[in-house]
Every structure is written in C-alpha cells, then in structure tokens.
Design a protein around this ligand. Sequence first.
Ligand code: ATP
Ligand code: MG
Length: 250
Amino acid sequence: MSRLAVDMRRALDPAALAEDVGMLPDPWQAEVMRTAALRVLLNCCRQSGKSTTCALKAVHVAVYEPESVILLLSPSQRQSQELFRKVLAVYKSLGRPVPSEGENALSLTLENGSRVVSLPGTESTVRAYSAVRLLIVDEAARVPDDVIAAVRPMLAVSGGQLIALSTPFGRRGWWYEAWEHGGKSWQRVRIPATDCPRISPDFLDEERAALGPWFFDQEYGCEFGDTEAAAFASEDIAAMFREDVKTWTV
Ligand SMILES: Nc1ncnc2c1ncn2[C@@H]1O[C@H](COP(=O)(O)OP(=O)(O)OP(=O)(O)O)[C@@H](O)[C@H]1O
Ligand SMILES: [Mg+2]
C-alpha cells in the first residue's frame, strides 16, 4: 500500500491505527476507538486493554483532528504518567505521523496545533483547560466527584467526548451512579475477564483465591461490590491507592 493510502486508511479508521502498531483490537476495542458517542462508560476488567484502547483513540484524534485538546485524567500522578507513556508509545511506533513541537513526561504538543495532556485528578490542576475535544478519565471509579464536576464544563462549548474507564469500586461515586442510574445518554461497554481472550481460566482461579470474592468480582467480573459488605472500611481501601500515605518498610 502506498504511504498516502496507509495514511488515508488510518485517518478514516482508528482501528486501522491499532493494527499499524501491531495490535489486533478486540471487537469492543475497535468499537470504542470508532465511537462518536459523546458519553461512554467502559466497565472492563483488569488488563482487558482499556487504557491502551483510549491511548490509541487519543493519538488518533490528536493526529487527524488539528487543534484538538485531549485531556487524560487519572486519580494519581503515577497513573497519569503510566497512561501518558502508552500515548507516547503509540505516537512513536506510528513513526510520529505529525511532528511534535513539545514533548515531556505528561504532555505532547503537535505541529498541527493538537495537544495531549495527562493530569492527576485534583480539582486545582484540571481547572486550567477549556474547549476539550476528548476527555479520558482512567480508573474513573477512583476519581473524586468534585474533580469530575470541575472538568465536565470543559466539554460544553466544544461538544467534546467523555470516555470514563474503570473497574468498579463499590456502590458509590459518580462513575457508579452514571453506570447504574445515568440513563440512555451513556454508551456502556462491559467486558468481564471471561470475555477477554488474553486472560486464562487458570489465572482467574488463582486470582479468585488470592483476592477473595469482593475484590475478585469487581476486578475481573465488572460487578459493583456491596459497600456495606466490604471487609474493609472504604477509607482504608481508598488509602491503599493514595500516594501521600506512607507505607511501612519492614
Ligand atoms: N487487542 C490486544 N491484543 C494484544 N494485546 C493487547 C490488546 N489489548 C491490550 N493488550 C495488552 O494487554 C495489556 C493490558 O492492557 P492495558 O494496560 O491497556 O489494560 P487495562 O485494562 O488498562 O489494565 P488495568 O486494569 O490493569 O489498568 C497490555 O500489555 C496491552 O498491550
Ligand atoms: Mg489501565
């Protein structure tokens, strides 16, 4: 195929972009890459490929829609770096289809005027952006309600897309509410581990034994655990994922 034909194919179909980085997308991944729905919830199990799918979509928009602002939001600094690394890896393995003007650990600015910015989700860091074309919220069940309230208006003027991906984390919070009670304005994609071709039944048996049912059903079964029945207080569980909580070295 000529270079022009390759580029046209990629431009028209984000799933073709995945194939160009050596990944054969699962049907749901291709669907998410292609969707134009304005509000999307991905309730997909651990390691199903939800972050990679969104990284590919982010690069597709940045490259083929000049002047786009793409915001990636994660609960912590470490997670935003991790997600951004996936974006850069896709961009580089495509051979930098549009040259970059600036590149650092958390942002990429292209010569076509597009920007991809990855942020840890605190209310003060996210307020600086406007007219967002694509907002991706990773580990969304752990992003606090006030942060989401602060970012949603950024989509208003631009008519931007919001994709919120996560595994469940108790029956509470904005992501749970959107999944259970958010109505028809959300496109919902649910992929338990049994639907992921890369996760074996043996591995799942091992995980079930190690995690216990409350965590296992959430991490691999896409089920919202009953918060009342949790073996731990929700603050204790939340503290496990906070980076400012000191851990003991023994
Ligand atoms: N369609 C695919 N074909 C082959 N490998 C894939 C595919 N989709 C994802 N992967 C690989 O699976 C692994 C997990 O992907 P990713 O980190 O995107 O999953 P995740 O759902 O975000 O996981 P986590 O819940 O742990 O954050 C990565 O190594 C990724 O490259
Ligand atoms: Mg992920």
